[in-house]
Design a protein around this ligand. Structure first.
Ligand SMILES: [Zn+2]
Length: 381
């Protein structure tokens, strides 16, 4: 392994140049402490057994048993099992990249040790206390920007995972991991890509999987809550993270594909063009009087789909489609859009399709109604 160790005095909580150096330091420290504990227990038993320390026959018998136990534990320790974790983590870095942000996860769970993990940077993972956490449970990977644009496509079922790999022959050569069912295909993104976004089936309200970009994490090592071990698939073969653009990923026809903010799937490109024509012409929307009643119109209009199609930067989230709020200035989107309403958690503004579209495009109510009518009439929603 090619990583550097900062010169440092032992037993100080310091930062290393790379987590592997920190982990080695922590394991060696634990090794020496445990070794010295066992040796001192053995020495105490020896003292009793040799008569240096006085003791009854039963005390001697006990000392003999205790001595055996510590001797056995010392032999186990010297066999190097403590260093197994270091070797496993070396493999993880070798497979996923030396600048990957590893995440300590509680054993047998998917829950990170640290609540603020989405803000972790590689440098944070070089601290000794962080390295101690890393060797004490499961290990995850922070995805997206933190780990040099390392992302994964998480597919929930085994069959869907196999089908997805078949759809993407070049990408399917990349690293694949598995918890208890389905799998994750790991990719390194060049260019733009979405944050973590659920991938839903078209027909039913059911999740197919998830695209895990920035904001996502995936466990790759340790024990799944189902007691199966996380594993890198085909570990006996050479492992390579395939680089690709987000648009190269081919999604099954049965799912709603997540979208890069600007780029859309080829299928939806024509739909988007039609809607954007309406939006671009918003200055000249005629204020026609002949319109269907507002409530009936609202029922036919899917605001979430519209936002996803037409508002730049919109992304899928578990709570709905998320956009940058048009009612207040913000750096990270906090406005949730659902089928029939929106709610901003930044400024508490809420309302229906009309108020969002009027504000978003700076148009009047009749113009917004005209836009919605045209979108509904086009059969796109
Ligand atoms: Zn707002």
């Amino acid at each position: 392994m090619n990583y550097t160790t900062n010169t440092m005095s032992p037993y100080t909580e310091q930062s290393f140049g790379h987590p592997l150096a920190g982990i080695r330091f922590v394991i060696e420290r634990n090794f020496l402490r445990m070794k010295s504990d066992h040796e001192s227990e053995i020495a105490q038993c020896d003292a009793i057994l040799s008569g240096i320390v006085e003791g009854s026959d039963s005390k001697k018998k006990l000392a003999s048993q205790v001595r055996e136990q510590h001797l056995r534990m010392l032999r186990d320790l010297e066999s190097g099992y403590l260093f197994d974790k270091l070797h496993e983590i070396e493999k993880i870095f070798a497979v996923f990249g030396m600048k990957t942000v590893l995440l300590p996860i509680r054993y047998c769970t998917k829950k990170p040790f640290h609540d603020d993990w989405p803000n972790l940077k590689f440098e944070d993972t070089c601290e000794v206390s962080y390295c101690e956490d890393l060797i004490s449970g499961n290990i995850g990977i922070v995805q997206g920007e933190a780990s040099e644009n390392l992302v994964s496509v998480d597919v929930d079922s085994d069959q869907d995972f196999i089908d997805f790999l078949k759809l993407n022959p070049r990408l399917s050569r990349s690293v694949k991991t598995r918890g208890s069912r389905g799998g994750n295909l790991w990719l390194r993104m060049t260019g733009e890509y979405p944050r973590v976004s659920p991938v839903k089936r078209l027909s039913i309200e059911e999740k197919w999987g998830e695209f895990r970009g920035t904001g996502g994490q995936t466990v790759v090592y340790g024990r799944h809550p189902s007691f199966e071990d996380y594993k890198i698939l085909l570990m006996d073969q050479p492992q390579e993270i395939v680089e690709c653009e987000f648009d190269e990923i081919i999604w099954p026809a049965s799912v709603i594909a997540p979208r890069r903010s600007e780029a859309r799937g080829a299928v939806e490109a024509s739909q988007k063009a039609v809607i954007q024509q309406f939006v671009r012409r918003n200055q000249t929307f005629p204020n026609t009087g002949k319109s269907s009643p507002t409530d009936a119109l609202k029922k036919q209009f899917d605001l979430a789909t519209f936002a996803m199609e037409c508002i730049p930067g919109a992304s899928f989230h578990s709570k709905g489609v998320m956009i940058s709020c048009p009612f207040h200035v913000e750096r990270t989107p906090s406005c949730y859009v659902k089928v029939d309403h929106f709610h901003c958690f930044g400024c508490e503004e809420r309302g229906d399709a009309f108020s969002l579209i009027m504000k978003q495009y700076g148009i009047s109510f009749p113009q917004a109604r005209n836009l919605i009518e045209k979108v509904v009439a086009s059969g796109l929603m």
